[in-house]
Design a binder for this molecule. Sequence first.
Ligand code: ATP
Ligand code: NA
Length: 957
Amino acid sequence: MEAVSGDAHGRSFEEVCKALGTNLDSGISEARATELLKKHGRNELKGQAGVNPWKILLGQVANGLTAVLIIAMIVSFAVQDYAEGGVLVLVIAFNTAVGFIQEYRAEKTMDALRKMASPSAKVIREGAQHRISSGDAVPGDLLTFEVGDIIPADCRLLEVLNLEVDEALLTGEAVPSLKTVEPIVGEDVTIGDRTNMVYSSTTVVKGRGRAVVVSTGMATEIGRISKAISETPTQSTPMQKKLNKMAYVLLVCALLLALIVFAVNKFEFNTEIVIYAIALSIAIIPEGLIAVITIVQALGVRRMAKQHALVRKLVALESLQAVTNICSDKTGTLTQGKMVVTTVWLPGHDAEYSIGGQAYETEGNLSSRGRVVAKEAALEDVNFRTLVECCALCNTANIVEASEGKVWGDPTEIALQVFAYKMNMGKPMLRKIKEPVEEFPFSSDTKRMSMVCQGADKELQDVYTKGAEVVLTICDNVMDRTGDLRGITGDEEFVKLVAVHQEEMAKQGLRVLVIAYRQASEKAFGKPIAKWDRAEVERGLTFIGLVGIRDTPRTESEISVRQCHRAGISVHMLTGDHKATALTIAREVGIMEPVTGSKRAREASHAVVPISTSVMTATEFDALSEKEVDALDELPLVIARCTPSTKVRMIEALHRRNKFAAMTGDGVNDAPSLKKADVGIAMGAGSDVAKTSSDIVLTDNNFATIVQAVAEGRRIFSNIRKFVLHLLSTNAGQVIVLLIGLAFKDGSGTSVFPLSPVQILFLNLVTGTPPAMALGIEPASSTIMQVPPHLRGLFTKELIMDIFVYGSFIGVLALTNWVLIIYAFGNGDLATLCNTASNLDPCSTVFRARSAVQMSFTWMILFHAYNCRHLRASLFTTEGGGRSRFFANKVLVASVFIGAVMPIPTLYIPTLNTDIFKQGGLTWEWVIVMITLFVFFFLSEVYKLLKRRFMTTPYNM
Ligand SMILES: Nc1ncnc2c1ncn2[C@@H]1O[C@H](COP(=O)(O)OP(=O)(O)OP(=O)(O)O)[C@@H](O)[C@H]1O
Ligand code: NA
């Protein structure tokens, strides 16, 4: 195979295909593809393997939270407290391992998703066209590509139609290279001069082509220089940044608290005091946080993939929940994207033709005024015949086997081709008479497409043009039934007649295309066809007729739009279609209210927005200056005839209003708006360029999926807030216990800690992490899509207040155990050296008090997980997580019940209790622990009651 790849450009393509064992029409067999894949390996660049374990490992160790633990460990060893130091070593190792495994798995998932959502190849195997992952392409595969595709491998071209490829990546040449198929002979032909080749990772900017793969993976040209191309850096998300900041704030707090410990103990640096300081700094750090967040996000990403939304960038999980505006395109997203030609209007006919037939079936009746018309009769009209020819030939779609739904191409193109088949004049049938020779492709900027076709007469070419109403402006004539031309320049009446029919069709929600035709010749232009200029060709056309294409809205669109409105999200439709078409569809899916509705009439009295600003054409919108756009009361809900640059202006306008926007796109030119949007959403069937610029790729192109993804984003984010609350109120409680605890000095004047460092670690990691994780997988609250999005990020005022209130409840109540056992029931003797010494009899009371603090703390934070399920509703309601939902979250139930009994052995197992945990076995003290739990439950309910009474902000968790 190597023999081919080096000089493929110098040989004819037949020769290359022969050497590779590829059939020019049907490609290679699946069996051979499998075999070749084994032989050559996947078509991937090595550096792109993506996941770097070392980097992940470093990330686990080099963060603020771990730093505190490492310092604490070093200090422990320095003061020769080996038990503490040893436990800390274990904790750090465990934390690093868990974090590493989880993050590694998450990265793998993300990587797999990115691969799924990234360039695919259109391959012909065994005669049928498939879309495969680029990685599966093998040398010998027959590929096709078109505008917007990223070339998946190095290939020799077999067929080109105006193919131009941007090769700047390889050659540094900014001007796209125009491709050919003839062999290029000569020595030292540089990559840039091998115009009959296309190279992996370059982008098709124009035209179409078919080619055979000659080399893949590291054997490609890009593979040779791939070391130079580094992987895309993973940026930290706003939430990660906030958490990093929090980690450093906590680090400073930890040092400050240590300082306080030393100050209170008059800067006497004995082991006892140092360990107290360690205890405090461990208490303030939420050890389990990073692991929980990573796991919850990974689960979310996996779940969204199942719901047809592939998350390419983790940041999307966070941005989704804050989306205030969704800008969606229409075709295929709000509608089914299965277009069908239903109506044809020709000049000289009062009535329109209606076309019957289901979806892509190539059979259907022609009728007019409700009566069936014979196709042959209709085709006698030269206008009708030309119109059908245009639909068939000026067309990029392929109907392989319509009955099996095997159709290829853009929905509009398919609709027109199917229509031509219905008239028994499909592309394959016509091609015997006429052959397309030059294409001026469709773009959403020009909104038209032309094809030059060659018939038997070599002197004369046919030009077929179709497109939006702009096409009418380049028409000079109209034909009667026999083919005689009549000038229409300045014929206002005729233009108006066409406009009336067009408007009428558009109002039914139809996409209307103008069909036009002309004859041209090389002689008249004075140059060969390949040199013809688009502007020269697309003028002086003859108007042929109008075609109306129906695209039914998806049934779920209306529901989803309503859901958005309830969730405080505005939905905008940015479509390439005509204003009337757009408006009809917008009303059908509920983006705009029906005109005749009494509701609008009622609202009109206090409506500030004149309806005209809610629907605009791109031209109208672009005519407004930035200032004028900002002065609008409301940005338009529908923009018709939208171009990619208008999409960018729309995003910018939304950003100036401090909105958070999601934008969909599938075209090559959509990359800028997708990048600019806060959440760029590409379509699975869209162009590679759009996909690689997006944050999320929808595999089903469905608007409902976007809304589902927003709901999922909100769920994940609110759950993150729930467990952050849980973990941080635990820490706040511990800090309170230890700070107040400083006041309890023993015989030697040293503060005796009510919670030992190992107890704290046990609480934070063993007891606290599983319920936090369980909160992370909570289902969404029923109201999550009934409140406006909020942009305030992770730490809201309510959340911070909750952390301190619950932290105080837990801390003070736990400390009450300490006070009661030592002073009320004990003799108030704190003995001496009970922070380190373990088996001294005098420490017995202190040890038992510590156990009680530990146990009541444990039970309170486990119960607190239930509090965190809903921050305002009472546990006695279903909404509040109690009643029927009490046992719903199995992980929560398990972690609470296991967590409640787990520490009990540590109270009683000799040596473990005294030497490591520095605590002792409980007896009658259990009663105090239970009462403490009950009081906590009571206080929580009272607090929630007060919140329900006095908090006015909407609840959005
Ligand atoms: N294949 C085509 N050939 C010629 N004209 C076309 C073709 N497809 C669309 N048009 C014209 O261009 C207009 C805009 O189409 P465009 O493809 O930009 O919209 P779209 O992206 O398919 O629709 P939407 O933006 O609603 O998803 C259409 O209303 C139609 O008049
Ligand atoms: Na983006």
